[in-house]
Design a protein around this ligand. Structure first.
Ligand SMILES: Nc1ncnc2c1ncn2[C@@H]1O[C@H](COP(=O)(O)OP(=O)(O)OP(=O)(O)O)[C@@H](O)[C@H]1O
Length: 229
């Protein structure tokens, strides 16, 4: 079942001679529970695509449908609500608040959204992420991998149906990358979440159900397999 559809999607920045067509005529469909890796050269439009899918930016042309709702047509308030309820973001920088402990950082989106905190669910996430004995630690007392696990926990706190990750392991060594990827996959499976992840790492892309290769703002055809990478 399709959860997300992009139809003739385009995004341009700037005007006249400064105009950059970051994405051109993108058509993709992604299923519920699917793990999709987005790959492509630097500047090809990967982050732009993730920002559009997550409602952080609006398309210049075309349509994005999430659960059959055209998110481009939502008011700013409804779009913010879509982000808060449906999407979890993980970035390369962990963006944790240094004065909050692990549990508080994970609960932060719920507090900001004035939502009820389900202690059992939060503890469940903390358990899956292997952070139970670090619950009361501050970010500065954690390793890079542990900090990224907290950032993943924060992305999962609102029970999102879609998790969008932009180079989530870009700052981690290979062993920690493996751990973090296992956790992301495990949690997306457990909660039936769609995981869309940008990576430059072929080994990570290989673990996805599907690979979308973006070159010069367009999806390359016939690159579902990685032979030619
Ligand atoms: N806010 C912006 N204003 C103007 N141009 C932008 C903006 N954001 C992105 N671009 C341009 O759009 C194109 C696509 O950028 P994007 O960040 O999506 O690429 P990317 O594939 O994620 O690159 P990287 O792998 O280096 O992170 C680039 O040419 C970039 O310079």
């Amino acid at each position: 079942m399709s959860i997300l559809e992009a139809i003739n999607l385009g995004k341009s920045y700037g005007k006249k001679e400064m105009k950059v067509d970051a994405l051109k005529d993108i058509n993709i469909e992604i299923n519920k529970g699917e793990f999709v890796a987005i790959i492509g050269p630097s500047g090809s439009g990967k982050s732009t695509m993730l920002h559009l899918l997550g409602g952080l930016e609006r398309p210049s042309s075309g349509t994005i449908k999430i659960n059959n709702i055209d998110i481009g047509k939502l008011s700013d308030r409804k779009l913010a609500e879509y982000r808060r309820k449906e999407v979890g973001f993980v970035f390369q920088q962990f963006n944790l608040l240094p004065i909050l402990n692990v549990k508080e950082n994970i609960e932060l989106p719920l507090l900001l959204g004035n939502e009820v905190i389900d202690e059992n669910y939060i503890n469940d996430i903390i358990g899956i992420l292997g952070l139970t004995d670090r619950k009361n630690h501050l970010p500065s007392q954690l390793s890079g991998g542990q900090q990224q696990r907290v950032a993943i926990g924060r992305a999962l706190a609102n029970r999102p149906s879609i998790v969008l990750a932009d180079e989530p392991t870009g700052n981690l060594d290979s062993k920690t990358t493996d751990e973090v990827m296992n956790l992301l996959k495990e949690s997306s499976k457990k909660y039936n979440q769609t995981l869309i992840l940008i990576t430059h790492d072929v080994n990570i892309a290989r673990r996805a159900d599907r690979i979308i290769n973006i070159v010069d703002g367009q999806v390359q055809k016939n690159t579902n397999k990685l032979q030619n990478l």
